[in-house]
Ligand binder design. Sequence first.
Ligand code: HEC
Length: 116
Amino acid sequence: MLRAKLIAISLFAVIALAACGSSEPTRFSIAADPGYASSLFRQNCAICHGPEGDGRTLDDGTIVPSLRVGEFKKKSEADVYNQISEGGNGMTPFRTQLSEREMRLLTELVHNKLRQ
Ligand code: HEC
C-alpha cells in the first residue's frame, strides 16, 4: 500500500518537473484569469477579438486582428490606449463606455500580458 503511494507520488513529481522543464513560458489565459482587466476584456473585447485575443473574422467580413502578434506589438502603451479610447476602422471607441482607469487596465493587459 505504502509502496503504491510512493510510486504515485514520485510519478506526480516527474510529471510536474517535466512541465516546469519546458522552456516555453505559459501563455497568459484571459479566460482563466480572475483579474478585473481580464473580466473587462471578456465583457467588451472578446466579442470581436476572440476569447483569448487571437482575433477573428466577424459575420460582416471585418477582419479583427490578433492582440498577441504583429507589428502593433511594437507600439507604445499610449498608442494602445488611444486605439481603445478612440477605436476606428471597425472598432468601437470605448471612451464613453469605460472609465479612464478601466482603459488603462486594458492597455496594460494588451500591451504587457498578451503574447503568443
Ligand atoms: C466591434 C468590434 C471590436 C471590439 C468590440 C473591439 N475591437 Fe479592437 N479592433 C477591432 C478592429 C476591426 C481592429 C482593427 C482596426 C484597424 O485596422 O485599424 C481593432 C484593433 C485593435 C487594436 C490595435 C491592433 C492592431 O493590430 O493595430 C487594439 C490594441 C484593440 N483593438 C484593442 C481592443 C480592446 C482592448 C477592446 C475592448 C475594450 C477592443 N479592441 C474591442 C474591432 C474591435
